[in-house]
Design a protein around this ligand. Structure first.
Ligand SMILES: [Zn+2]
Length: 432
């Protein structure tokens, strides 16, 4: 029986319910990212208040620190972090690959607030801030030598990577990734795939996709054999549609994943960077048009790392149900807060405003007048600006509450519009 049920549609847009071992998730839904077993600056109580229904945990980070066995012994990730709602975990592959791929292709991290780029999907993978002790210790070495310390090696078995924390070597196999996610007690487990870069040649892409098929099946096999004895015997497993910006490849990969015994599907983009086509807005819509018609209607569909307002509308319109992105919490910390269209939010300003702006110095209004979050109900722009400029810890909490509430709330409003068959009308009021 499918874990996902569609309750209403408006053309291709769907309102559904995903049943997990830790409760129902109403879709479309935005999932805040809890990289290190915490959605940064938010308590589980705060998260509930933001109306978050499901969060995303990062396998790579939790595997390296504190270690999945420690979390398993304490009762799983839900108990460990005090969150009793659903959790989706990634495979850990993105972080393991992204450090190596960035180095191999000279791709730099994209800037979260640039209107032309989108933030990458996982926090903590940045080479520039996550420099290991080993890297620091070898600071007399030329930069290229130091970065080589983080290089990943791909084999049929899995991906060998170097910890960004202490320089230790690890082998992430499909079985290991599934084992770690089962130890964490995740409600939705993702299979291991290889992250592709637009700079990979066609031959490499084809070979990689064949290997990813084998990895996805190995992940599924391990999952099925070990689910019963895991921390959460009600876990679901999602396959991944991988590929580059190519119609033939994307259609073929979607059909392949659709023919396997998964519970749902996540759609991955090519690796981010200045030349990455996935990160152009048109590539997201184009990619979804190639992929989605080839997926089963009965599966929940998750767009990995997508969480900009515009992209959420475009993807929902093409039949996507779940989103995750670090943008709300990262932007909050950087002083960039979401505003609705009636308060000046537009695609060109990424629906954000700078809290530090001098015109808010004595502004008694909330960040986003009309917003029902705890922050907007109780605090002024002037106060938030003061906290931000004073580097007060409370700023991070209040700003993150607002930004997460804003994105979760957006998907909630979108859901209602689908049920009322007014999705297109809502989209027009936002993407003016
Ligand atoms: Zn608010």
């Amino acid at each position: 029986m499918s874990a996902f049920k569609i309750i209403a549609t408006d053309e291709k847009a769907r309102a559904g319910v995903l049943q997990t071992a830790h409760g129902m998730v109403e879709t479309p839904i935005f999932m805040p990212v809890g990289t290190q077993g915490t959605v940064k600056a938010l308590t589980p109580l705060n998260l509930k208040e933001t109306q978050a229904q499901i969060i995303l945990g990062n396998t790579y980070h939790l595997y390296l620190r504190p270690g999945s066995k420690i979390i398993k012994d304490i009762g799983g990730l839900h108990k460990f972090m005090g969150w009793d709602g659903p959790i989706l975990t990634d495979s850990g592959g993105f972080q393991a690959f992204s450090l190596g791929a960035m180095i191999e292709h000279g791709v730099r991290k994209v800037t979260p607030n640039s209107p032309k780029s989108h933030p990458e999907r996982s926090e903590g993978s940045r080479v520039d801030v996550s420099v290991s002790n080993k890297l620091r210790d070898s600071s007399a070495e030329p930069l290229s030598n130091r970065l080589n310390l983080l290089k990943t090696v791909m084999t049929e078995e899995g991906v060998e990577f170097t910890s960004h924390l202490d320089g230790s070597k690890h082998l992430l196999t499909p079985e290991k990734s599934a084992e770690v996610q089962l130890d964490l007690g995740s409600d939705v487990i993702l299979v291991l795939d290889e992250l592709l870069s637009p700079m990979h040649g066609r031959d490499y892409v084809e070979k990689s996709l064949e290997r990813t098929h084998r990895w996805e099946l190995r992940s599924l096999d391990y999952f099925k054999k070990n689910l019963k004895k895991s921390t959460n015997s009600g876990s679901l497993i999602f396959g991944i549609v991988q590929g580059v910006q190519d119609k033939v490849i994307r259609e073929r990969e979607a059909k392949w994943v659709a023919s396997q015994g998964f519970d749902g599907v996540s759609i991955g983009g090519s690796f981010a960077g200045n030349t990455s086509s996935w990160f152009k807005p048109s590539a997201v819509t184009e990619g979804m048009e190639w992929i989605v018609p080839n997926l089963p209607d009965s599966w929940a569909r998750h767009a990995l790392g997508i969480g900009e307002v515009r992209d959420i509308f475009e993807c929902v319109e093409r039949g996507i149900d779940m989103f995750d992105c670090v943008a709300p919490t990262r932007r909050a910390r950087n002083g960039s807060l979401y505003i609705s269209p009636e308060n000046g939010g537009r695609v060109k300003n990424m629906f954000t405003m700078k809290v530090s702006t001098s015109k808010f110095k004595n502004d008694p209004q909330p960040i986003d007048p009309g917003c029902l979050c705890y922050t907007c109900q109780n605090f002024s722009r002037a106060y938030l600006r003061h906290l931000y400029l004073s580097s007060e810890i409370l700023y991070h909490n209040l700003a993150s509450i607002h930004n997460v509430y804003f994105m979760v709330g957006l998907t909630k409003v979108i859901r209602e519009s689908i049920i009322n068959r007014e999705f297109k009308k809502l989209k027009k009021t936002w993407l003016v």
